[in-house]
Design a protein around this ligand. Structure first.
Ligand code: PLP
Length: 430
């Protein structure tokens, strides 16, 4: 029988020994101790259906046996070397990413997190273009490092009040609260068109790159119309500005295709990845077109970036995603979930908007005047947890329920989620 210290003691030690920025959900947190595919278990043995996947990380499920085996085999054989020694895993992984990423993306740099991947992508864009100006989207999130935070358009995640200069923000494609008060498609993508005005009026004209998330995860699952990125790319191309697609949260089957940009039918110049690439072991990467990548010739290696263990985990993850067609499953299951949530929207006026692609779906909770229902979002999260279902939340006002389960979730699990959510919403008074 395991002895766990329990949630109260964890909270005490957290207060004592962790820097207070460490952020957690729930007024009454549980101590999670075990995971098995789409399920998590706490120290009392209670089971939870995980509908958040550690923020879109364990796309292949918790402790997936095939991936765990690959990790253990590698740990028992060769635990660490970095890219200064050539190992088979790392080049095989880079080759697979070249095959799986859309378009001409070909050459990869490995690091350990999404923030680092975005830092690296920005460096590469600067080396290639000779500029260190960037455009980013409001409500985007690109990391926790100095530059990552400066590129982030969400005040909650921008602790740094001396951000890096040369970054200009553009309005995002937030159709539910259109920054131009227009409706799609009559708007003619005013938010995308605005980028050209911004380039002309708020930058030097020589901009290295624009950072975008295909769906803004932390920003509240903001899902642009399917013709949005084509318009953005054509504007950027006209000014020689690179497009950096941050697929840290949307990648690896999450949205119903291997990468979300495939659905927008747009080829990014650089793509950044992390989270689900190694199904929960720490890896980050950016992949670029060869012509761009080839300007980065000075020595550059990340000590822990893509070491043999995370590379083995990544290879096993890519194999599992492909073998079980998890992107295809995410498309089918995502439709069931989105349709079910849309039905709930007819019944519960607190649901203002349902949006997303595949198994990356957001439900924005609002009062009748469309102001964010923040308190109720927390109540729903807590009550769903009590019922053994873990849901996320995000958005600038933290009033968007986030559904990003492991892609191995089943139709029955989704019906259980929808039935419980229906009950919980019925009990909420607004
Ligand atoms: N980019 C996006 C879209 C993210 O969602 C995140 C993290 O949530 C990051 C970058 C930063 O990744 P990491 O936490 O691995 O540094």
């Amino acid at each position: 029988m395991n002895h766990y210290i329990g949630p109260e003691e964890i909270l005490r030690k957290k207060r004592e020994y962790l820097i207070p920025c460490a952020y957690h959900f729930y007024n009454q947190p549980m101590q999670l101790v075990r995971g098995k595919m789409q399920y998590l278990y706490d120290s009392t043995g209670k089971e939870y259906l995980d509908c958040f996947a550690g923020v879109s990380v364990v796309n292949c499920g918790h402790c997936n046996p095939e991936i765990t085996k690959a990790i253990c085999d590698q740990v028992n054989t060769l635990q660490h070397t970095c890219t200064i020694y050539l190992t088979e895993n790392i080049v095989n992984l880079a080759e697979q990413l070249a095959q799986l990423t859309p378009g001409r993306l070909q050459k990869t740099f490995f690091c350990s997190s999404g923030s680092e991947a975005n830092e690296g992508a920005a460096l590469l864009a600067s080396l290639y273009t000779g500029s260190s100006e960037f455009i980013s989207l409001r409500q985007g999130l690109h990391g926790r490092t100095k530059l990552g935070m400066s590129l982030t358009g969400l005040s909650m995640w921008r602790t740094d009040n001396t951000p890096v200069g040369g970054i200009t923000f553009a309005p995002n494609a937030y159709c539910y609260r259109c920054p131009f008060d227009k409706k799609y498609p009559e708007c003619d993508l005013a938010c995308a068109n605005e980028i050209e005005t911004i380039i002309k009026t708020a930058t030097s004209g020589k901009v290295a790159a624009m950072f975008v998330e295909p769906i803004q995860g932390n920003g509240g699952m903001i899902t642009p119309p399917l013709d949005y990125f084509k318009r953005v790319k054509s504007i950027l191309d006209a000014y020689g500005i690179l497009l950096i697609a941050d697929e840290v949260q949307t990648g690896f089957g999450r949205t119903g295709t291997f990468f979300a940009m495939e659905q927008y039918d747009v080829e990014a110049d650089i793509m950044t990845m992390a989270k689900a690439l190694a199904n929960g072991t720490p890896v980050g990467a950016f992949t670029a077109r060869a012509e761009i990548a080839d300007v980065y010739t000075r020595p550059g290696a990340s000590t822990l970036g893509g070491n043999p263990v995370t590379a083995a985990a990544s290879l096993a993850t890519l194999n599992y995603l492909t073998k079980h067609d998890l992107p295809g499953k995410a498309a089918v299951l995502g439709k069931i979930l989105k349709d079910g949530l849309t039905v709930l929207q007819q019944k519960h006026p607190i649901i203002g908007d349902v949006r997303g692609l595949g198994l990356m779906i957001g439900v924005e909770l609002v009062y009748s005047d469309k102001t964010p229902a923040i308190k109720e979002t927390d109540l729903i999260l807590e009550e769903m947890k009590n019922r053994g279902i873990l849901v996320g939340k995000n958005g600038p006002n933290r009033n968007v329920l986030a559904f990003q389960p492991p892609l191995v979730i089943t139709t029955e699990d989704l019906h259980r989620l929808l039935n419980n959510l229906d009950d919980v919403l019925s009990s909420i008074k607004i």
